[in-house]
Design a protein around this ligand. Sequence first.
Ligand code: AMP
Ligand code: ZN
Length: 475
Amino acid sequence: MQLRLFDTLTKTKRPFVPIDPANVRMYVCGPTVYDFAHIGNARPAIVFDVLFRLLRHVYGAEHVTYVRNITDVDDKINARAARDYPGLPLNEAIRKVTEETERQFHADVDALGCLRPTIEPRATEHIPEMRAIIDRLIADGHAYVEQDHVLFAVASMPAYGRLARRSLDEMLAGARVDVAPYKRDAMDFVLWKPSKPGEPAWPSPAGIAVEGRPGWHLECSAMAWKHLGEEFDIHGGGIDLVFPHHENEIAQSCCAFHRDHMARTWMHNGFLQVEGEKMSKSLGNFVTIRDLLATTAFGSSKWHGSVLRLAMLMTHYRQPIDWTVERLIEVRRFLPDWIGAASGVPPHPDVPPEVIEALADDLNTPGVVAVLHALNREAKGGVREAAGKLHAALRCLGVWNGEKPDEIGSYGVDVSDAPSEQEIKHYIAARTAARAQKNWAESDRIRDELAQMGIVLKDGKDASGQPVTTWEPAR
Ligand code: AMP
Ligand code: ZN
């Protein structure tokens, strides 16, 4: 079995060969801790957790180091702290915001079945490494000091733009780069900047008299260096991070350490949108992980974390995902069915090779789902070995931790809460889709679920004779 991964830098799917098979090293950009993580943030957490599990399977659990950082110094954190705790000194308020958000993030991703990374470094604990990188860059003419800022001189690095595959002119035209009086070149980016009074501040490098704080890109270069070395195997994150964040990480690390590569493989997950629209607070379709775990979009039932995880993995990680309630309803139907088939049979000692092969093909999780459906059919046909294989595969994928099928299927359905009109429409659409596939069991299940919530469905025909389903509250 040869692991193959798609590398954003070369735009090719290539055999993965670790620098040191005894210590396979991966860095993934983690959350900026100022607000609840949304379901888009869950995507890299889940995708790179699957890769972490696969690497552990292939190289041995002791031979993989996964680093996912916590960004705990950022303007957004400062703004949130000032807003939420106006009575507290800013630094105390910041600590409250970052600690609470970090705790919630862990609760969320734990519930999604993600293993904790080997190391979760905090940016604020790596200021010495950041200063050391700045010193090296200045010494080699890759960075300069201007008006108490330290800037990276993009023109000093001919290979700049290699990851994003853009020329300097294109990057200038396409990116929202800040033009600032302290920049020699508009593309230059901040490595260190002065702090405003009351903000988090550390002694500045390069003889700058006023205290300051690091730029975001520098934080990741410093944490990756500290925990994984000058060059490591895999660097990951969402596709939005390619430019400027990862381009700038490469510039800093390659110039500071005189290397051609920061990471050998760059991996990026596609974006997630909700019900066909970009997720944003202004559109009102901003979905936090916490909300999904606590209350569905229907306002009446909870989704089990495994349902959310599997729904995410039904799409290949590089494709965009359209996150829909229909998808969740579908997974809530078939995952308990799989678990039912796998329960009562001990796990097969080996994860099925078809599953590992699909994962080894650039994390082909939709392929894995197809294998599991096939195993489920065999298991239900009485093939005991298939049930054992299904059991092993569900555990390996992190979508089953021993729950009973019911715990996942009817997770927390709360009959006291009436669903909204919008939610009922989703149910009806899911039922219409089931009926179109002649899936009468699912159609009846949805009808019953709505009945439990006090909603009665009526199937009829509209004026032009087309079948139509209407609803009314039960009397
Ligand atoms: P942030 O806290 O915004 O820096 O994001 C943390 C991680 O979530 C990064 O790897 C982002 O690329 C990723 N991310 C943010 N929004 C989405 C989205 N809508 N879909 C997929 N990934 C996302
Ligand atoms: Zn990063």
